[in-house]
Design a protein around this ligand. Structure first.
Ligand SMILES: *Cc1c(COP(=O)(O)O)cnc(C)c1O
Length: 368
């Protein structure tokens, strides 16, 4: 049977390993497993959101409100934009997919950083587009501009803060870049923006200002990280009405569940939970920095809820993550990004203490 040629160039995406897999493969009790692999909020889901989901559980038989009026209105209020400038996706991942399908074909090029969120390349390749990457993992927007002039891409991806490296770009630099780049669709992925905004307001990109000043830009946000709803699959895009109008043509009906809508609306009513999580995150982040300094590990200054430890050639990220996995600790090996590095989600104080203890033992054994 026939499959598309483009599929030959796509590898199946490997998500962070779930707790269930470690239970199955190593017979470890779920309570003894620490998952620091997918940048979920380690403080869980806001109790107010859990209540709202319970209260609406009996509505599971109903299709959701396909206009998503309530959620769009809540987001519109939060960001000070018009509801018609918002599209909701099953995770911001789905909005990325709509963007790729709306813009790219096999004649297209897509510009992105050397090391950035893996789904950008996957959606582009699905459309048969060619990937152009910068030479450095940091978003060097001067280099981006040179590559833009040379290649004329149809989409430019800017991930700030960037996953899987954790570094962020100054909002001013982004606005200066956008003034020069008016043709392609520029996607600003702010999956970790709540964290960056807390740590350093100069990295905080305001979606309203973005979309009011630039008609070729879409800002992506998600409920999966700071908002603690990774399991509910809700993300959004904010852009000019024209962009949103085009993307809506690609949206399947009922792409978010009834209870996901309930959860997202309730999450927006508990910003305190989010701010509290973000604050605790950076208190714990300091411990990861100290651990790195004490153990001679290089790390990238992070504006997110994860830290990336760059390993030297005496250590191997794949081996280390496998050894940790057998001991019930799930971290993200970045060898699939051609990086000898581990990306570790900042957990709760207790999870982190366990992590440091076990990781130290693993490092000591490894060095012997
Ligand atoms: C987690 C993440 C997303 C999207 O997550 P969804 O769960 O699909 O909303 C998008 N971009 C980056 C960089 C991420 O890390």
């Amino acid at each position: 049977m026939r499959f598309l040629e483009t599929l030959k160039n796509i590898k199946v995406y490997e998500a962070g390993k779930p707790i269930e897999l470690v239970v199955r493969e190593f017979g470890i009790e779920p309570k003894d497993i620490i998952k620091l692999a997918s940048n979920e909020n380690p403080y869980g889901t806001s109790p107010r959101v859990v209540e709202a989901i319970k209260k609406d559980a009996h509505k599971a038989y109903l299709y959701p409100d396909d206009s998503m009026y309530e959620l769009k209105s809540a987001l519109a209020r939060k960001y000070g934009v018009d509801g018609e400038m918002i599209i909701i996706g099953a995770g911001s991942d789905q909005v990325l997919e709509f963007c790729a399908r709306a813009v790219l074909d096999s004649s297209s090029k897509v510009l992105m950083s050397k090391i950035t969120f893996a789904m950008y390349a996957i959606y582009a390749t699905q459309q048969g587009a060619q990937i152009i990457r910068s030479s450095c993992y940091r978003h060097d927007l001067d280099e981006f501009y040179e590559l833009y002039k040379e290649h004329n891409p149809h989409i430019i991806h800017i991930c700030t803060p960037n996953n899987p490296t954790g570094d962020a770009i100054d909002a001013d630099a982004i606005f200066r870049f956008l003034q020069k780049v008016t043709e392609p669709l520029v996607i600003i992925d702010g999956a970790y923006m709540e964290y960056a905004a807390f740590k350093d307001s100069s990295k905080s990109v305001d979606p309203k200002e973005l979309v009011e000043r630039f008609s070729n830009v879409i800002y992506l946000g998600t409920f999966s990280k700071a908002y603690g709803l990774g399991g509910m699959r809700v993300g959004y895009g904010i852009a000019s009405k024209e962009i949103i109008h085009q993307l809506l043509k690609l949206r399947p009906p009922f792409n978010i569940t009834t209870l996901s809508l309930t959860a997202a609306v309730a999450a927006l009513q508990d910003e305190e939970f989010v701010q509290d999580s973000v604050q605790k995150n950076f208190t714990q982040m300091d411990r990861f920095i100290n651990f790195a300094l004490q153990n001679g590990l290089e790390f990238i200054d992070s504006y997110t809820n994860f830290i990336t430890y760059m390993l030297d050639n005496t250590l191997n990220s794949k081996t280390l993550s496998d050894v940790l996995l057998k001991r019930g600790i799930i971290v993200r090996d970045l060898s699939s990004y051609n990086l000898n590095a581990l990306r570790i989600t900042i957990g709760t104080a207790e999870q982190n203490s366990r992590f440091f203890e076990i990781f130290k033992e693993v490092l000591d054994e490894y060095k012997r």
